[in-house]
Write a protein that binds this ligand. Structure first.
Ligand SMILES: [Ca+2]
Length: 350
């Protein structure tokens, strides 16, 4: 089954690569980024806005790194910085489905954007409720929209619960979230999943194949002083902002024992721009919503089956193996060097 999973992953990536090259840059992929900006969200959004392979249709904002209102303000400032008021920016959920919000100013600065004060936004908010905007756009462009959720999965869970048909009408869903080798909040949980495990469990089991770009791979895809120096060699509103934000994020990461700044959210965008940047393995993923130590863990089955245990008298016997259908393409590795060079060149390119 492991080999079979790899084969599926290779076909999946080859399929995406072919469709991209067949249409060329003239038909960019429509994407909606659901975001809780957030330092690495800002990097991801600017990467997307500066990549010709993508047409960013909307940013929908979810509470996570910062509260909903601050996230919405940040998203509006980011599209304004990039001079892209054509991108819809909409608010969404105000809190997770079933627990209190946990914000992360500790990592992202008081305003979520490394305490950098961007100019007031020239762009106007889209009055639609984010999950409704997602539903509308997926129906407007059937099989064309790729969802890129890079925050807690609250908005996506609300959208697919209200209208389950979007699960078959999206082109793809590529999330930053989860991990198969340990968490970044605690032993096992990654922050986006930990902030709304119930929403994540809905999203993983909505009937689509979720591409999961986890924190474990993000932490092996590090922005270092080398890339910061490359960014600093160019000047412009976006490059200057990214250089300052990168310095804050890198220093914060170094103080916490990392050798670079984990490119969590940007790598999810990178995996949509160029699927060959990541290695995927098909697995069945469920989200732990109860465990004493494991709430928010992405429990990923790497075997493709569960044992079938049947009660005989006073104990159970293993009678065989029940196959488990994959629901996720799980990112196992990235081509970090190639991704970082793509990131730097795209940010500097404008
Ligand atoms: Ca995020």
């Amino acid at each position: 089954m492991k080999r079979l999973g790899l084969v599926f992953a290779i076909f999946y990536m080859a399929g995406l690569a072919v469709s991209t090259s067949a249409f060329g840059q003239s038909t960019p992929q429509r994407v909606i980024i659901d975001t809780d900006p957030g330092t690495d969200d800002a990097l991801a959004i600017l990467l997307a806005l500066n990549s010709p392979e993508l047409k960013v249709e909307a940013l929908t904002v979810v509470p996570g790194n910062v509260v909903a209102a601050q996230g919405l303000e940040n998203a509006l400032k980011l599209v304004s910085l990039a001079n892209r008021c054509d991108v819809s920016v909409a608010g969404g959920a105000q809190h997770p489905l079933n627990q209190k919000l946990i914000t992360a100013e500790y990592w992202h600065g008081q305003n979520g954007l490394a305490n950098i004060e961007l100019p007031p936004s020239n762009c106007k908010v889209d009055p639609r409720f984010g999950p409704d905007l997602i539903i509308e756009m997926v129906h407007k462009y059937p099989h064309e929209i790729t969802l890129i959720p890079i925050g807690p999965l609250t908005n996506i869970a609300l959208a697919v619960s209200k209208d389950p048909s979007i699960a078959t009408l999206v082109r793809n869903i590529v999330i930053m979230g989860g991990s198969i080798t340990g968490g970044n909040v605690n032993a096992v949980a990654e922050a986006n999943i930990y902030n709304d495990p119930e929403a994540a469990q809905i999203v993983f089991n909505a009937g689509w194949m979720v591409t999961m770009v986890g924190s474990d791979v993000g932490e092996r895809t590090l922005l270092t002083r080398k890339e910061l120096a490359q960014l600093r060699s160019a000047h412009g509103p976006e490059t200057d902002f990214v250089s300052k934000l990168g310095e804050f994020y890198l220093s914060r990461s170094e103080k916490s024992g990392y050798s670079g700044a984990a490119m969590y959210d940007p790598l999810a965008v990178g995996a949509v721009i160029d699927p060959t940047l990541v290695t995927l393995k098909d697995m069945h993923v469920d989200v732990e919503t109860k465990g004493e130590f494991t709430r928010g863990e992405t429990a990923a089955n790497r075997m493709g089956y569960n044992e079938r245990n049947v009660l005989h008298g006073d104990h159970y016997l293993i009678e065989g193996l029940d196959p488990l259908k994959p629901n996720a393409h799980v990112c196992a590795a990235s081509d970090a060097e190639r991704f970082l060079q793509l990131f730097v060149s795209r940010i500097k390119g404008k």
